[in-house]
Ligand binder design. Structure first.
Ligand code: PRP
Ligand code: URA
Length: 209
């Protein structure tokens, strides 16, 4: 699939299987999502631009590699995006954070915005949008529309699970935004849930329903 990177690392796949299991507790689900987010973050940032700076080790001076350019932005699609965000901030503590509050209307499956807050200079930064689930892609498309509307030009979308239908729709709407995911499942069901999936990510993370 063009523009889609599947992070098939054994640890990611093992943890994802436990997350899919309906017997996994809320605490377990949240902990695993945080752990997987570290591995996904490693992959989505793999090709960041580097430069060098001169430092002195206890032995000698050296030109050492360091990240180039402005700080990243992680854009979390609320609520479930926060389950990926926390671990990613552990790895990239200086990242800026945008919050895009969206919920799926259960009848229409349209994304409804209830909150938006982002750094002002998105045009100068790489923006990594995080949300565990890409189902119909309505939420992901709306989040990226909104961020582009605020000036973002360089974006990536990171999720845990995707449906083929969502991948196709997202790639059509935003062909310039690569997708990183741990798995692309079989299909969407008639209620817009990913099959076999893991259920409602937000509810499983927060113990709601
Ligand atoms: C879930 C998920 C995505 C969205 C994906 O959020 O976290 O944002 O559904 O579905 P879509 O691709 O069909 O738009 P939900 O709307 O359930 O909100 P929540 O995170 O607050 O639970
Ligand atoms: N949102 C979820 O949390 N799970 C799905 O399967 C689809 C959308």
């Amino acid at each position: 699939m063009q523009g889609v990177t599947i992070v098939d690392h054994p640890l990611v796949q093992h943890k994802l299987t436990i997350m899919r299991d309906k017997e996994t507790s809320t605490a377990g689900f949240r902990r695993l999502l945080r752990e997987i987010s570290l591995l996904l973050c490693y992959e989505v940032t793999r090709d960041l631009e580097m430069t060098t700076r001169v430092i002195e080790t206890p032995i000698m001076e050296m030109k050492a590699p360091t990240l180039e350019g402005k700080k990243l932005v992680f854009a979390s699609v609320l609520r479930a995006g926060n389950g990926l965000l926390d671990g990613m901030l552990d790895l990239v503590p200086a990242a800026r954070v945008a919050h895009v509050g969206l919920y799926r209307d259960h009848e229409t499956l349209e994304a409804v915005e209830y909150f938006f807050k982002a750094p002002s200079d998105l045009e100068d930064r790489l923006v990594i949008v995080v949300d565990p689930m890409l189902a119909t892609a309505n939420s992901a498309i709306a989040a990226v529309d909104r961020l582009k509307g605020r000036g973002a030009t360089n974006l990536r979308f990171l999720c845990l699970l995707a449906a083929p239908e969502g991948v196709e729709r997202f790639r059509k709407a935003h062909p310039d935004v690569p997708i990183f995911t741990a798995a692309v499942d079989e299909k969407l069901n008639e209620k817009g849930y990913i099959v076999p999936g893991l259920g409602d990510a937000g509810d499983r993370m927060y113990g709601t329903k």
